[in-house]
Design a protein around this ligand. Sequence first.
Ligand SMILES: [Zn+2]
Ligand SMILES: [Zn+2]
Length: 311
Amino acid sequence: MRSTPISHEGASSEILSHLPSPFPSLLPSPPSPSSPPASFARSTPMAASALESAWEGLAGSFTEFQLATVVTFLLHESVFFLSGLPSLLFERFGLFAKYKIQKKSNTPSYQNRCVLRLILYHVCVNLPVMVFSYPAFKFMGLRSSLPLPHWTVIVSQVLFYFVLEDFIFYWGHRALHTKWLYKHVHSIHHEYATPFGLTSEYAHPAEILFLGFATIVGPALTGPHLFTLWLWMVLRVLETVEAHSGYHFPWSPSNFLPLYGGSDFHDYHHRVLYTKSGNYASTFVYMDWLFGTDKDYRKAKAIEEKDGKHL
Ligand SMILES: [Zn+2]
Ligand SMILES: [Zn+2]
């Protein structure tokens, strides 16, 4: 009968563990805090293992403070501008006009004004907020060490963040549409009645802080891993850029995802007078449906479908 093969490492460990005390240095050293536990490494699928190796390389190149601040900022800037630029270029060069929600277009100088102000706000508001909120994130239980959370934990946490953010955003956004707050704060975001992807983050600094607050309540409650926090940030940026893109394509996510608002839903919010706009939620449609703030939008959609054109 063939005996079960024993790996060289396993055999030597077993043998070495019985060696007398003069040879303790030959025993395998305990895993360092940054190494994944052996049991995890053995049971992790190859893709997850590759991801962990990449994460280990990243975590080995930067301090946690650098990862949570400067690297997070650079990741946000990359995802935001790369995902937002296509709709700006489509509008500027008249591409995909068939799928443009509004017939009006922003002039190139009006688009450029948005981009320049965004860079200013991001450097002068977003980056300092990231740096100074690092101790608060640590207090919330932020960690960046291996192992990465199991994918089921990541998915359930990110879904929870989306639902909670949508709820907070809905009520905060309704408040921003009251007379004083609209006039002094939220009207900046509504300067672009014909939105394009990058206008999603074009807002008064006070509103930027509110948006940041709504985004981090979920992570604050769960004490996330930095990887989960990054994934949440990337998905939230892609979602809001799409909602402001000004284009509704056959492949737009709202055609496939139930309860998802998307570009058509939020574009209506921008093109209607602020006291009548409704559609206050950030991601989903059910909050506006529950509280009756999508009635005018539904009516407009019904007329639009009857006439076969956008209002
Ligand atoms: Zn608004
Ligand atoms: Zn908006």
